[in-house]
Design a protein around this ligand. Sequence first.
Ligand SMILES: Nc1nc2c(ncn2[C@@H]2O[C@H](COP(=O)(O)OP(=O)(O)OP(=O)(O)O)[C@@H](O)[C@H]2O)c(=O)[nH]1
Ligand SMILES: [Mg+2]
Length: 377
Amino acid sequence: MKSSAHGKASNTTKPVAFASNNVGRKDSVVVAVMGATGVGKSSFIKRLTGAEDNVVGHGLTSATTKVQCYGLFLDGTHFILVDTPGFDDSSGLEKEVVDEILSWLEKSMGEGLLLDALVYMHRISDPRLSGTARTNMRLFRSLCGDDALHKVVLATTFWASTEDEVGRRREQQMLEDPKFWKPMADKGSRCFRLNGDRKGYLNILTHIAQSDGKFLTQAQEEMRLGQQAHETTASRTMNPDLDRMKREYEASIAIETRKQKVAFAEADRRRREKRLNEQRKIEQQRRLEVEKLEREAKENDRTEREIEARRALHEKTQRETAEKKMRHKLEARAQKLRAHEAEAARIHELSLRLDSTVVIARTTGEIIASNVEIGAP
Ligand SMILES: Nc1nc2c(ncn2[C@@H]2O[C@H](COP(=O)(O)OP(=O)(O)OP(=O)(O)O)[C@@H](O)[C@H]2O)c(=O)[nH]1
Ligand SMILES: [Mg+2]
């Protein structure tokens, strides 16, 4: 990828303030140096860049507290070396250290400055792999992520203070330890020994310059996908209790949510059942109503038929009464007529009798008159 860096470095000594004011070069080979406090990270960078302001520690406590970047030209390749505060679980500042590193990783990613390599340093003079060393390694791996392990360059310092044989044995142990350097060694990570000689430092840069491609650490990938810094695996590795509490809280929320869902479903079921019952009731009422109306209609029909029958009967009775009256009237007239005829007959008879009487009388009178004329007394 980049030209190899066997040659001498230029005298670039000023810190490069990218990820704060964007001074860095986007085509630079960016190398972050990490490891426990006091392993020699700042010394490594100072030795390469000659940076005057790079704080190299003298005491037991961590000297570097902020991530700081330093530029360096080496055989035409521009390097940005990133000094980071050391992991130190004894100081109680571990969280601040991780927060600072996460914050820088996020900012630099936002500015498009991606890492080319991570140098992980370890003091070979440390007698054994202590719990702290293992904790530091776990923390480093949670920042880096398994997918980027091949981007890690291992470096052991303090060789001058360690017997070679002892150092070699320790180095071998670390490389064979599955919880230490083995996963990285398996992925092809190279291990460099540093004894204060500048050439040893340059060898690391040369090796990195020949490797290919930039990468995102796991922490950056997680933040790129939307996680907050405190939600990243690295931050959670720092706070196992918090992580546990978070998991417990999330589990309790999940249980609550499930309970609520069940309660909602039950309430919904009851509501639907109630609605169904009401609908059934309404249906029943409607059916009863229809039946009642049908009964009433039948009743009305029956009543109408009865009224009709009564009316017909009444008319018949009226008709019969009228006929009877008429019969009586005709009979009365016939009777009257018969009485008139009888009277007429009687009058006629009387008249006939009167006529005969008159005749008699006349005859009698004539006789009398004749008698008188004859002289009868
Ligand atoms: N003997 C020896 N001393 C070293 C070596 N590298 C660094 N030192 C010394 O170790 C001390 C700590 O070095 P620093 O470079 O400040 O360590 P650091 O990793 O930056 O430490 P922090 O900033 O606290 O994380 C200093 O006194 C250095 O001079 C080494 O390879 N051999
Ligand atoms: Mg330092």
